[in-house]
Design a protein around this ligand. Structure first.
Ligand code: CA
Length: 220
């Protein structure tokens, strides 16, 4: 029974949440407001948010980068786990979604820890590199358009410090990556990146079956 990950039934998931995802009132309301939106499924799971909080504490992260903010739940979790002087550079393209995020960051009292830039991700990443941020980030979280995933990973590797952590979301892609008949473009992009990371000597990596699959890479 312990040789593989448990099948997560609804009942077990409810239990998991009841013992491992402590939630403040703004977090709860943000989750509910996002769930009602048509793209609500893009929100990371509550247990993943909690897991990321623990990771941030574990590595003593102070400087974080988030590529893909959506309505801000993951950045809210990370910001809450950061020390007072910690900071997140948050990148997105959507004014609509991030206006929800900003509202809850304010409400939760973490807005001062987050700098949001609305522009194409690759543009902002190039800018960060040219401004001397290479090798300085403790944690990079990639959860944006799948077409950009490979370039976000490469830029994330440049921006992370040695020993820094890069988290990549949706790497199990609802299980579609394991289906050889699924040749959808996004599925193929994620599958290629998974294979690349598996053989990438620049990192030590693990694919964690939480939420939609979270790959964790420690930069050597
Ligand atoms: Ca995601």
């Amino acid at each position: 029974m312990s040789a593989r990950t448990l099948t997560m039934t609804d009942q077990l998931h409810q239990y998991l949440l009841s013992v491992s995802a402590p939630m403040t009132e703004p977090m709860q309301r943000l989750r509910e407001e996002t769930a009602e939106m048509t793209s609500g499924g893009m929100q990371i799971s509550a247990e993943q948010g909690q897991f990321m909080k623990v990771l941030i504490k574990l590595i003593g992260a102070k400087k974080c980068l988030e590529i893909g903010v959506f309505t801000g739940y993951s950045s809210l979790c990370v910001a809450q786990a950061l020390p007072e002087e910690g900071h997140i550079y948050a990148l997105d393209v959507s004014e609509e979604f991030t206006s929800v995020a900003r509202r809850y960051w304010e409400e939760a009292g973490v807005a001062h820890k987050i700098t949001l830039t609305l522009a194409p991700g690759t543009e902002t990443l190039e800018k960060l590199l040219s401004e001397g941020h290479a090798g300085t980030f403790d944690f990079v979280f990639i959860d944006a358009d799948k077409h950009g995933y490979d370039s976000y990973y490469e830029a994330g590797l440049k921006l992370a410090r040695p020993g820094g952590l890069i988290g990549i979301d949706n790497t199990l892609w609802s299980g579609r990556v394991a289906d050889p008949d699924d040749q959808d473009e996004q599925t193929r992009i994620i599958r290629l990146l998974n294979a690349k990371i598996h053989e990438d000597a620049r990192v030590d990596a693990a694919v964690v079956p939480i939420g939609d699959g979270l790959t964790l890479c420690v930069k050597k």
